[in-house]
Design a protein around this ligand. Structure first.
Ligand code: FAD
Length: 466
């Protein structure tokens, strides 16, 4: 079976690994190094930047833990950020990760072609190689995994000097003095957090009252509080409608005659699927109005030989979802048994401080009056481990079905919530009950003890209701 994959991000390379393991003849056509935007521009670089930024947080905590500079005074007060070193580390790390993935995919037996591909019908792909060569590859199945790019507005085109999107950001070699972050979703919140810790005066423009507008309001409130404690200014209910660039800075218009002034502006207003010039019409593939490729739960487009995976499908834009869609596409194409993707069990995390991790049912869904759902919130203020590590901001929230006690969703707001969400994710995916969650051992003292404690509270509540 010949499978050609367009794009080497997690949607593409995870598909390639599975296809090669199953003995298919696989080719990945990738415009840049393997890992795609995830590894080279988005997740890996942004999370590596957050790690550098958080070192500042650890240093300010060090004083409270009793650490002193030999000559006296706070450690944090002496620290300066070498942005060039921060960026070099990030680029090195991303490059290494991309090479590791490339080697793994090649070792699995897949062919990697550096270049740009497009469909030449339902059974063929045209490749323009980086070396200027061109070729047509026949395929029994094609998987389109070309990802997304940052959304820009006509007046917000990035110049990589004063105006940025996540794509140009790693050209920065100094900490921006006064950074305007436009957009308070996950990406905007993560970068606002990182640059505030690195020493920028950050102005975060949020079109809503609440930052992280699609998140649990209790979680968003914890993050707003943390941002403001770190000196950030949140401009609520403001929409960026213009931008002016000058020799020394930028200003963003947020009202009739209202401007926010800064030295740099960073646009974080969403991602757009990359589906232009892919020959989709030649392959007969239908597109949605927003340019995404609609697929079913096993990643099939309307053409039975063409699958799509990842951000280009316009669903939940996450590396983990892209990877799962890519694997599903291969399993289905090769005739294997595939469980349809569980959209009700997707877990994700926003890497602020504290982190906000969520799985399954949201807080808003849990409040739907006709649903027999009970929710419980367990704050970290009483958790002994949280007290030791000075990390008591945040909570564990669990939503479960009345009667059966099935865990439907939850959230963890804490340092390392990206890891602490795992037991809840496992419970949601396997439809475990709060009683099963509560009976599993956890470590004492540990942050994850609060996950069990939240489950125990619900067990008690359900028991007293019967
Ligand atoms: C700043 C930021 C931070 C993020 N952080 C996280 C995170 O922490 N966790 C998380 O799960 N998700 C995160 N995401 C989302 C995540 O990056 C995406 O969901 C993920 O990259 C999607 O993977 P993909 O396989 O669809 O495509 P991508 O990773 O976008 O890769 C697609 C690849 O295809 C290539 N390509 C495009 N057209 C062609 C063509 N015609 N021929 C050949 N190659 C082509 C592209 O150049 C690219 O290399 C973040 C996104 C952003 C913007």
């Amino acid at each position: 079976m010949r499978i050609v994959i367009l794009g080497g991000g997690p949607g593409g390379y995870e598909a390639a690994l599975v296809a090669a393991e199953q003995g298919a003849d696989v080719t990945v056509v990738s415009r840049e190094g393997l890992g795609g935007n995830t590894v080279l521009w988005d997740c890996v670089p942004s999370k590596a930047l957050v790690v550098s930024a958080e070192a500042m947080g650890w240093m300010s905590m060090a004083y409270r833990l009793g650490m002193r500079w030999p000559t006296g005074g706070e450690i944090a007060g002496r620290a300066a950020v070498d942005m060039g070193a921060v960026m070099d580390r990030i680029q090195h790390l991303a490059g290494n990760q991309s090479n590791d993935i490339g080697k793994k995919v090649a070792r699995a037996g897949a062919r990697i072609i550096e270049g740009t591909g497009r469909l030449a019908g339902p059974h063929a792909v045209v490749i323009e190689g980086r070396d200027g060569t061109s070729a047509v590859l026949p395929a029994d199945f094609v998987i389109v995994a070309t990802g997304s790019r940052p959304r820009t507005l006509p007046f917000s085109k990035p110049d990589a000097v004063r105006v940025f999107t996540s794509r140009e950001l790693f050209n920065l070699h100094e900490v921006p003095e006064r950074l305007i972050v436009i957009g308070s979703g996950a990406t905007g919140a993560e970068y606002a957090h990182a640059f505030a810790r690195l020493g920028s005066e950050v102005h975060l423009i949020s079109s809503r009252d609440q930052i992280l507008p699609s998140e649990d309001p209790d979680a968003a409130a914890v993050i707003e509080d943390s941002f403001e404690r770190w000196g950030m200014t949140i401009h609520r209910r403001r929409r960026a409608v213009g931008l002016e660039r000058g020799a020394h800075g930028v200003r963003v218009r947020v009202g009739e005659d209202e401007w926010v002034e800064g030295t740099h502006a960073l646009w974080c207003i969403g991602q757009v699927p990359v589906s232009a010039n892919l020959g989709l019409e030649a392959g007969g593939v239908e597109l949605a109005v927003n340019g995404s490729i609609p697929v079913d739960a096993v990643s099939r487009t309307n053409v039975h030989t063409i699958y799509a995976a990842g951000d280009v499908t316009g669903r939940i834009m996450l590396a983990s979802v892209a990877a799962m869609q890519g694997r599903n596409a291969v399993w289905h194409a090769l005739g294997g048994a595939v469980s349809p993707l569980r959209w009700d069990a997707v877990a994700y995390c926003i890497f602020t401080d504290p982190e906000v991790a969520t799985v399954g049912m949201t807080a808003a869904e849990a409040l739907t009056p006709q649903l027999p759902v009970q929710s419980v919130t367990q704050p970290f203020t009483g958790n002994s481990r949280a007290k030791m590590v000075e990390s008591t901001d945040g909570f564990v929230k669990v939503h479960a079905m009345e009667g059966s006690g099935t865990v439907l969703g939850g959230a963890v707001v804490a340092a390392h919530a990206s890891d602490l969400i795992a037991p809840l994710s496992l419970a949601v995916h396997n439809r475990l009950t709060v009683s099963q969650l509560a009976q599993a051992f956890t470590i004492y003292p540990s942050m994850s003890g609060s996950v069990s404690e939240a489950a125990r509270l619900l067990v008690g509540r359900f028991a007293s209701a019967t």
